[in-house]
Design a protein around this ligand. Structure first.
Ligand SMILES: C[S@@+](CC[C@H](N)C(=O)[O-])C[C@H]1O[C@@H](n2cnc3c(N)ncnc32)[C@H](O)[C@@H]1O
Length: 185
């Protein structure tokens, strides 16, 4: 299965097509690792003007040292992508009160993408803290996992919460266990 960073390419391409119909200008990614998928996304959703990233390098589901590539990627966006006049990044824990406050101050965001801490407590806190900062859609990665898989908490939470939103959908490529869940606020 062709991957772009942590994303299945077919799913990311479908997600990009969906976002292009919404014409978002602001984007928050919680859990961006090295920024490969982030760059692929923001260079294809050209309405985006402001990018905010929150990541704790080397945490679970992460890679030690990933911030080097992430910061390089963000700088390259700043220099080469005329639609993105600037980005903001926090290298820290998404559950820290001060980080939540800062991210809120920089918001709101048309699109919020949650792909950080995949534990039950972690992803629930992220949805509760960052979901309300979304103006159009809140998205969760890993919403198509079978019970017992390492990222099943995301799937379970998405299914428990999707009824609270105006509309929801899952983007999933054939044979993929990942999936992108989209919640319309
Ligand atoms: C699955 S990876 C993200 C993949 C990325 N979204 C992509 O599509 O390529 C999860 C990232 O979240 C980070 N992370 C894990 N727990 C976190 C936390 N509590 N706060 C912030 N980031 C966290 C990990 O270090 C890792 O970089």
């Amino acid at each position: 299965m062709h991957k772009i960073g942590g994303q299945v390419k077919d799913e990311l391409d479908q997600f990009i097509a969906l976002c292009n119909t919404l014409v978002p200008t602001t984007y928050l990614e919680v859990g961006a690792r090295d920024g490969i998928a982030l760059k692929y996304f923001v260079t294809r959703v050209l309405s985006i003007r402001r990018v905010v990233v929150l990541d704790l390098p080397g945490a679970r589901w992460g890679r030690k040292g990933s911030q080097v590539k992430l910061l390089e990627t963000l700088k390259s966006l700043d220099i080469n992508e005329p639609n993105i006049p600037g980005y903001k990044v926090i290298l820290g824990d998404s559950h820290d009160e001060s980080n939540i406050e800062q991210i809120k101050e920089w918001g709101p965001y048309d699109v919020v993408f949650i792909d950080g801490d995949h534990s039950t407590e972690g992803v629930t806190a992220d949805l509760d803290n960052y979901g309300p900062m979304a103006q159009q859609i809140v998205c969760m990665h890993d919403v198509n996992h079978p019970e017992g898989s390492r990222a099943y908490a995301c799937t379970k939470l998405f299914n428990e919460r999707r009824g609270d939103y105006r509309k929801s959908e899952i983007i999933v490529a054939p044979g993929s266990r990942k999936g992108i869940g989209v919640l319309y606020v």
